[in-house]
Design a protein around this ligand. Structure first.
Ligand code: RIB
Length: 373
């Protein structure tokens, strides 16, 4: 193989044509319109391709034909298991239809997201499935107007301008906080990301709605503990402010499980027992939630299905001329585990009411399932 400073020189159809002693047009026909080439010539050209290890440059072909086989996915943080599971749903649907996925993390930064999208637009991808970093979607409208299909993941758009898939995060925040208030907690902390992020704003609205519905003033029943990033480090760094609350909260709602894992670690390092001294509730119900000790009570999002639904919407938008944009909404579900217990009974860890054969049973309230984990 011919190697240059820039790396191995890619084989081109010119290399194949010279070795097979045919024209460039004949090699192009073997690739794109094989029925137009005499069988003997077609066989000889293909034998040379195999001998040289030639791989066609589909990107160039697709750019010319305008039908890329790649799908861009832009999420906040690919290392967050919520997005990892959603991306797997996207991959399974798109791969089954002959597409490859290109993933980028925006770190929930509007600037970084815009840089990602500039690169994506150059690739002429089939479309972008994106969890927006910012409330303002103007740049996505322009991207769509320039011909790139845009599907919103984990976010609904304004006035039907996009297909979108998301959970009702206001309801999700309400489930988390109502669970603690129903257990006798009267003062809870909320470890939350920037409310510029729609999910964080909606979950906070839900937590405050739960306080009002429980008969409390949200401003006194809830201690807001903002963090710059909904990460384990962000959660761990929030613990000192949670414990400094006056009056001290006896429960903590975390806007996602990554932050909740950090809160659990910080509480353990501070010698605070969960749930004996303080209850903790997460959000997403990622795989690790059930494996933690204590296992994490969390608001479950259908992560894989969110991704698969977004991918199906994109493929429908590509293939169906009558397609109209629509919003797909999922309901959140509270999964009660060992990290939360009644405020009055912190000396005894909560026991599941009952555990059915599959390890879960549904409590009397809708949207709440109790697991034996
Ligand atoms: O990106 C932060 C959070 O928003 C994720 O953990 C998930 O909950 C998403 O909805």
């Amino acid at each position: 193989m011919d190697v240059t400073a820039a790396g191995p020189r890619r084989l081109t159809i010119r290399n194949v044509a010279e070795r097979a002693q045919v024209s460039l047009g004949t090699v192009s026909n073997v690739l794109n319109r094989p029925e137009m080439v005499a069988p003997a010539t077609r066989a000889r050209v293909r034998a040379v391709m195999d001998e040289l290890g030639f791989v066609r440059n589909t990107a160039a072909h697709q750019l010319r034909m305008g039908n890329s086989r790649s799908v861009s996915v832009v999420v906040h943080d690919v290392s967050n298991s919520f997005f990892t599971e959603a991306i797997r749903g996207i991959e399974d649907v798109t791969n089954d239809n002959g597409y490859v996925v290109i993933v980028s993390s925006s770190d929930a930064s509007a600037e970084r997201e815009k840089r990602c999208l500039r690169l994506v637009e150059e690739q002429r991808v089939l479309g972008v499935i994106i969890t927006p970093a910012d409330k303002d979607l103007g740049h996505l409208v322009r991207l769509q107007e320039h011909g790139t299909r845009v599907i919103l993941l984990d976010r609904h758009g304004p006035g039907g301008g996009f297909c979108s898939v998301a959970v009702d995060d206001v309801r999700g925040g309400e489930l988390a906080a109502a669970h603690l208030f129903s257990q006798g907690h009267r003062r809870i902390a909320m470890v939350n990301g920037p409310t510029e992020i729609r999910q964080c704003a909606d979950r906070r609205r839900g937590v405050r709605r739960a306080a009002r519905r429980a008969g409390f003033d949200p401003d006194t029943a809830i201690l807001d503990v903002p963090v710059a990033a909904l990460s384990a480090a962000g959660g761990q760094g929030a613990v000192a402010r949670v414990l400094a609350g006056s009056p001290a909260p006896t429960g903590v709602v975390c806007a996602n499980d990554m932050a909740a894992m950090g809160v659990l670690r910080g509480l353990r390092e501070a010698g605070v027992r969960v749930p004996d001294d303080i209850s903790v509730v997460g959000y997403d119900d990622i795989d690790f939630a059930a494996m933690l000790s204590p296992s994490l009570t969390s608001v479950r999002q259908p992560k894989y299905e969110l991704g698969a639904s977004a991918a199906r919407l994109l493929l429908e938008e590509v293939s169906d001329a009558t397609h109209t944009h629509r919003e797909v909404r999922f309901d959140p579900e509270l999964v009660v585990r060992s990290s939360s217990a009644p405020a009055s009974d912190r000396t005894a860890s909560a026991k599941p009411d009952s555990v059915s054969t599959n390890g879960t049973s549904r409590s009397r309230r809708t949207g709440v399932s109790r697991t034996g984990a």
